[in-house]
Design a protein around this ligand. Structure first.
Ligand code: GLU
Length: 390
């Protein structure tokens, strides 16, 4: 069994329990993501018995003093059935939006009723990608989540699919859950799914595929293990989006686990069996840098040479002299990726120039910039204060 795939530094807080790196019960704030295939049966109805078990887990965690936020999928699957739409409501964006609007009301009702039966108050939050990508709106959502959790309410969150457009939507609740964990200051995230973790290869076709119990860093080797696509075909988050969620959570100092939800009391079962893949939290930088690292709307790429890679690794800013090319249509202040030789994704940051100006100063020394630009140059192409290493 692969215990440590990368040999990176051990996890920071939250603390380990025994030799298990992630104890859900030790997380004061925990985000649980529930996939569509768990909540909705093949006939498009809510699996109430299963949901009641999940709610019993939430109530037990609450009684122990934890605060839980739920990221619940299922609106599209539920709505599609009610509207008689083909392909589970995912044949077109318009279908998905109509299905989401129809299904969401049933979904919220089910959560509110079952949580209410356990004496818990549910609150609904529907968010779009932009709500969490824009810093001010992100802080606003974060404050709302914080208030709800401190009031002892259980936020039930989903993407606002009925208004999101194709280009600017999460499209999967895995990454949304990681962003919510970040916004809520959660210490752990569990993605309950119809898969029970990350395997070294596709377990359906490769008899040698093994479950990976712990991942300290999502790198190229780990990404190569994900072949995408959920087993059910009902939700939209495959393994690739789960790995991206893991990267976001780890960067904000939260553990993330992928565990099976195909059992009656999934949280209790995960705590008891410890079966799943745990992505251990990394020692966090500032909250703002973690938010930046988790940004999903990347407007461009700046390619840099080996000298710039070395400088960035020492914590320096990226100067135009170290850049070898730019890609994309970005404006000053947009997020860009910084890519080293061999397409190595190195860092992400807020760019100081529009794309055209950035392109004009690529490879140029600082003393040449004013003449090229026709105005006083900025201190850097991407300043280290607005950059995070990936
Ligand atoms: N937001 C979608 C829904 O409620 C689910 C997205 C996903 O499959 O992760 O149906």
């Amino acid at each position: 069994m692969v215990a440590d795939l990368t040999g990176h530094a051990p996890a920071a807080e939250p603390a380990a329990a025994g030799d298990w790196p992630f104890s859900p019960a030790a997380c004061p704030r925990l985000v649980l993501k529930i996939g569509s295939a768990l909540l909705v049966d093949a006939c498009g109805e809510i699996r109430r018995d299963w949901l009641a078990g999940m709610v019993a887990d939430v109530a037990a965690a609450h009684a122990a003093g934890q605060r839980i936020a739920i990221v619940s999928s299922g609106a599209i699957a539920l709505g599609a059935r009610r509207l008689g739409l083909a392909k589970g409501g995912r044949a077109s964006l318009e279908d998905a939006q109509a299905a989401a609007a129809t299904g969401q009301i049933a979904l919220s009702h089910a959560w509110a009723a079952l949580l209410g039966a356990k004496g818990l108050t549910a609150a609904q939050m529907l968010v779009t990608l932009d709500d969490l990508e824009d810093r001010r709106r992100y802080l606003n959502a974060s404050a709302t989540l914080d208030r709800l959790l401190s009031l002892g309410v259980v936020p039930v969150i989903n993407e606002n699919d009925s208004v999101a457009t194709e280009e600017i939507r999460f499209g999967d609740n895995d990454r949304l859950a990681a962003r919510i964990a970040q916004a809520a200051g959660a210490h752990g995230v569990i993605l309950f799914s119809d898969v029970d973790g990350l395997y070294t290869a596709n377990p359906g076709s490769d008899p040698n595929a093994r479950l990976v119990p712990e991942v300290r860093r999502v790198d190229a080797r780990i990404r190569a293990m994900a072949d995408g696509g959920s087993a059910s075909g009902m939700g939209s988050g495959g393994m690739a989006s789960k790995l991206e969620a893991a990267r976001i959570a780890q960067g904000s100092g939260a553990h993330l686990a992928i565990a099976t939800g195909k059992v009656d009391r999934p949280l209790a079962a995960f705590a008891a069996t410890r079966r799943g893949t745990i992505f251990t939290a990394q020692r966090g930088g500032s909250a703002r840098k973690a938010w930046l690292a988790g940004r999903l709307t990347i407007r461009g790429r700046i390619h840099v040479d080996a000298g710039a890679v070395a400088a960035l690794e020492k914590g320096r800013s990226l100067l135009p002299a170290g850049a070898t090319g730019v890609e994309g249509r970005f404006a000053r202040g947009d997020v860009v990726d910084i890519v080293g030789p061999g397409e190595h994704l190195l860092a992400r940051g807020l760019v100081e120039y529009d794309a055209a100006d950035a392109a004009s100063i690529v490879g140029r020394r600082s003393d040449a910039l004013a003449a090229i630009l026709g105005y006083a140059p900025r201190a850097a192409l991407v300043h280290r204060d607005h950059m995070v290493m990936l």
